[in-house]
Design a protein around this ligand. Structure first.
Ligand SMILES: *Cc1c(COP(=O)(O)O)cnc(C)c1O
Length: 467
């Protein structure tokens, strides 16, 4: 398999060549030259496979420059009951016939990002070892991404993580989750400022190409192709869990921000998984919902702070991958559209033949408000005795609006309620349950460096700890 750029300006590369990188060299996103199509026989053989076997069947087609035995070993080490709390890895819970929750949040940080990030940690270690190289991951987080990255990279050889977070602005649980890590390769930098200050520093450091090369600065953000690949697997797992025969259709509802998760669903569908609808659910930050309803993609200047904070985005960084397929994989069209976006503008496909294609890709959408989230959390708890988190609630709310008779609807659970106690208390008047081993999390000693929002100071810190 060869990887190209959505904007057409990158020579073809292999999976491991794009693994450690971020954007394609021309500013686009990396994308396979064609999606693998499963034959009827191959698809039939997948029913009955466990998570690790399924992961191998899916991922080997994308990571075809990693020897099969090596990839198998990496997957066997990643998707274990020890790390994901059950051998199912992503268990399905049935609320009522035809309505399901796909549990993606049983990894170490209780959010779905662990599913992909845990694999990324092991892939990084493997490739860096093979190439005798090192990487220093620099990132900014408002909560979920940073902790998933740290838990995936903790203790890994040849990898250091420098994670910037806004001092005092994450939930006590999220703060404790990150800052309590003891590993010597994890550096938490608490910036006296807001998330945007953290992100600006990361951008400034990454734009210093000389510094970036000298100190081997890398990223693990949501555009990373391997993360998308890892997420394709659980669409298959869920499909087999809720159907009896191949050929039955199912729909998925996906709480969305940067469009990484639902992009994986789109690719599963392109590979031949019988997905009827992919329902894109947003919160008040509804750039994606607006696009799927109207054809206009209008990134906002700022995102709103909501009670489903991991979906608070002003533009959806993986969306370009979907648009590439939508416009018939024509990089010149994508390049022209993103010239407008990168200049701070927007585009509108409403009156183009492209927008009519959205239906053929099965995409629908909806959005939800804080009041909707509270009502949905209450309804699901009262009706089924199941507690869901605020992001999952956004997905369930929109799923119920798009459900069809006879078609199973699978709602992706992207975090556990324990991560968002405050809103759960507001909705239900009680605390969510926590996995027993995290009962005393906030009482663990915390390690972090407090810094001003100062690019030079952050660079100096990296230099001092990279020697
Ligand atoms: C990151 C995240 C999302 C959004 O996923 P995308 O892949 O960015 O669309 C939704 N819910 C939770 C809990 C998350 O951490």
């Amino acid at each position: 398999m060869k990887y190209l750029s959505t904007r057409g300006g990158m020579p073809p590369k292999t999976f491991t060549e794009i693994l450690l990188g971020g954007l394609a060299t021309d500013g686009g996103l990396t994308i396979p030259d064609a999606y693998p199509k499963l034959s009827k026989e191959e698809f039939a053989a997948m029913r009955g496979m466990n998570y690790r076997e399924l992961a191998f069947e899916v991922i080997r087609r994308f990571a075809d420059d990693i020897p099969a035995d090596d990839l198998k070993a990496i997957l066997d080490k990643t998707y274990t009951a020890e790390i994901f709390r059950s051998d199912d890895i992503t268990p399905v819970k049935t609320l009522e016939p035809g309505l399901h929750i796909l549990g993606l949040s049983y990894g170490p940080t209780l959010a779905f990002k662990d599913v992909a990030m845990q694999l990324l940690g092991n892939l990084f270690e493997y490739v860096l070892e093979r190439e005798n190289a090192e990487i220093n991951i620099l990132g900014a987080t408002s909560g979920d991404t940073g902790s998933a990255a740290e838990y995936a990279m903790r203790g890994k050889k040849r990898v250091k993580v420098f994670m910037l977070s806004p001092l005092g602005r994450m939930s006590p649980f999220q703060t404790a989750q990150m800052y309590s890590l003891q590993e010597a390769n994890i550096f938490n930098i608490a910036v006296k400022g807001v998330f945007d200050d953290c992100q600006d520093i990361v951008k400034a450091v990454s734009n210093d190409l000389e510094f970036k090369a000298k100190y081997k600065i890398g990223a693990v953000n949501s555009i990373n192709w391997a993360r998308v690949t890892a997420q394709i697997v659980y669409y298959f797992k869920a499909y087999f869990a809720v159907t009896k025969h191949n050929g039955e259709e199912v729909s998925f509802s996906v709480p969305s921000g940067n469009f990484g998760n639902v992009c994986a669903g789109h690719i599963a569908r392109q590979m031949g998984l019988p997905i009827r609808k992919l329902v894109v659910a947003t919160n008040e930050n509804d750039v994606l919902d607006e696009f799927f309803r109207s054809g206009a993609y209008r990134p906002r200047a700022e995102s709103k702070h909501t009670s489903s904070p991991s979906m608070d985005i002003s533009k959806a960084s993986n969306f370009e991958r979907f648009v590439y397929d939508l416009v018939g994989r024509d990089p010149a069209v994508v390049k022209a559209l993103w010239q407008q976006v990168d200049a701070g503008g927007s585009f509108d496909l409403a009156k183009t033949p492209y927008f009519a294609q959205v239906k053929n890709f099965g995409m629908e959408s909806g959005s939800s408000s804080h009041a909707d989230r509270l009502a949905t959390i209450r309804r699901i708890y009262q009706q089924y005795g199941t507690m869901i988190d605020t992001h999952t609630a956004d997905g369930v709310k929109v799923a119920l609006e798009h459900r069809e008779a006879g078609i199973p609807m699978i709602c992706l659970e992207t975090a556990l309620p324990a991560k968002f106690e405050e809103t759960i208390r507001e909705a239900l008047g009680r605390d969510p349950e926590r996995p027993a081993e995290l009962a005393d999390l906030e009482r663990s000693p915390q390690h972090y460096e407090v810094m001003s929002p100062d690019v030079e100071a952050v660079k100096a810190f990296i230099v001092a700890h990279c020697g």
